[in-house]
Design a protein around this ligand. Structure first.
Ligand SMILES: Cc1cc2nc3c(=O)[nH]c(=O)nc-3n(C[C@H](O)[C@H](O)[C@H](O)COP(=O)(O)OP(=O)(O)OC[C@H]3O[C@@H](n4cnc5c(N)ncnc54)[C@H](O)[C@@H]3O)c2cc1C
Length: 403
């Protein structure tokens, strides 16, 4: 009964669109709606009190995004280190871009505020979002809002029911990481080449690698990353990162100044997130399943989906469900199974994959833009027997689920 779900106190404010979460997906979707000519009032709610420089987004420059020109760094070379060797890939065509959280939020808010129809409210913890006959009612402790459509981009914070449900299945891997943005007192880093995965670290606690984004010879973001069902406690991450800085660069605590920290826990899962949650409600971003299960990369998928969703809502585009090619799903599930069941074999397999596949086809595969020929090259570089076994086990489990 709408009356029982209704707001306490005064009439709720009415909007055309309510976006829950002013993060990557929420702000991106708002931008694309405006770009499609939406002039109805848009409300964005977020529980945070301010926008902070809380993350760094990297992605390959395979296509234009509205935010790419704010990238602080572009690398044409990247490396993978495993089993005593280093594989370096160089691509003139697809640089690896780095966008800071601060620049993304500033750019998105600038774009949004250029129009007069968007209200951004921080400090609003959304407690519920319910479809009524005449709209969607969004309730926070600060007030109630009615909108024609609502988009839930609240992500998967540690207190969310959606996270608990997604973790229940056994297909879950966390990409858990801790990073330091640091400035070394002496020239230390090679600014031409970033390190995507350095497996030359102790693997005792689970599959682990270091990730290094060198901004110049002195400054870098260096991260300690786990790909495992559970990661490591914060003190272990800190100790492992210091150990890595010492072992790889000869840096001890007094040799660098810490300029920032970054924590993350990105879901890598075959859990099926629902994008369409009702006639008037959609889930977007991580909550809508935009994280690529086998890699954790999310940024480009968010851009693609939000752009297509805005176009379809305004009658200018195709079904957004078709924006991610379906054929990557089975391959991703096989990679996830590899991470779960044979983590000890992964460093060698990644090294083989990078050594045996040319850079551009591999980038296209990692960004879901590959051709069948690109995929054949990648498959050709992988060890056949283990992958056939994994693929057969995956097919068997899928068939059991269906029957
Ligand atoms: C540190 C870090 C680094 C990452 N780096 C990369 C990368 O390099 N490349 C890549 O492709 N992906 C990366 N990712 C993964 C992914 O791109 C990001 O997590 C991205 O921010 C996901 O977008 P989102 O909009 O779903 O969630 P978010 O950007 O996290 O936004 C969710 C928003 O919802 C708000 N919120 C949550 N609960 C409530 C509530 N109850 N009420 C109101 N508001 C609420 C939060 O405050 C937040 O602002 C990274 C993730 C992290 C955490």
């Amino acid at each position: 009964m709408p009356g029982r779900l209704g707001p306490r106190g005064p009439e709720p404010e009415r909007y055309g669109y309510a976006i829950l979460g002013a993060g990557c997906a929420g702000l991106s979707l708002c931008h694309y709606l405006l770009e499609c000519g939406v002039d109805a009032p848009i409300l964005i709610l977020d529980r945070k009190e301010a926008f902070a420089d809380d993350r760094t987004w990297c992605f390959w420059d395979v296509e234009e995004t509205p935010f790419s020109d704010r990238a602080v760094r572009r690398w044409n070379s990247w490396s993978v280190r495993a089993e005593g060797r280093e594989v370096v890939h160089t691509s003139g065509r697809y640089p690896y871009l780095c966008l800071t959280g601060a620049d993304f939020y500033e750019d998105a808010l600038d774009k949004i505020s250029a129009r007069g129809n968007v209200t951004v409210r921080l400090g609003e913890d959304v407690r519920s979002c319910k479809e009524l006959d005449d709209g969607v009612l969004v309730v926070t402790p600060e007030g109630s809002y009615l909108a024609d459509y609502a988009f839930d981009g609240r992500g998967l914070p540690s207190d969310s029911a959606a996270l608990r449900e997604a973790r229940r299945g056994d297909g879950w891997i966390s990409q858990q990481f801790f990073g330091l943005r640091l400035r070394a007192g002496r020239p230390t880093f090679d600014p031409q080449t970033c390190t995507l995965m350095d497996f030359s670290v102790d693997q005792g606690r689970g599959l682990r690698f270091a990730y290094v984004l060198p901004f110049d010879e002195h400054e870098a973001l260096v991260e300690n990353v786990y790909l495992a069902r559970t990661g490591a406690p914060p003190e272990a991450h800190r100790a492992e990162l210091s150990g890595y800085l010492q072992d790889r660069y000869g840096l001890s605590g007094g040799d660098y100044e810490v300029r920032g920290e970054e924590w993350g826990d990105i879901p890598m899962t075959s859990h099926r997130f629902r994008r369409r949650t009702g006639d008037r409600t959609h889930a977007i971003g991580t909550l809508g399943g935009e994280t690529r299960p086998s890699t954790g990369y999310t940024f480009l998928r968010v851009q693609r989906y939000c752009r297509a969703l805005a176009a379809s809502l305004t009658g200018a585009g195709e079904d957004p469900e078709r924006v991610h090619p379906w054929r990557y799903g089975p391959l991703d599930r096989v990679f996830l199974r590899l991470l779960r069941e044979r983590p000890e074999g992964c460093p060698g397999i990644y090294a083989r994959m990078f050594a045996g596949t040319p850079p551009d086809p591999l980038v296209r595969f990692l960004t879901e833009r590959s051709s069948p020929l690109d995929e054949a090259r990648l498959i050709g570089a992988l060890p056949k027997l283990p992958f056939l076994r994994l693929a057969a086990a995956e097919a068997f489990d899928r068939a059991r689920e269906i029957l």
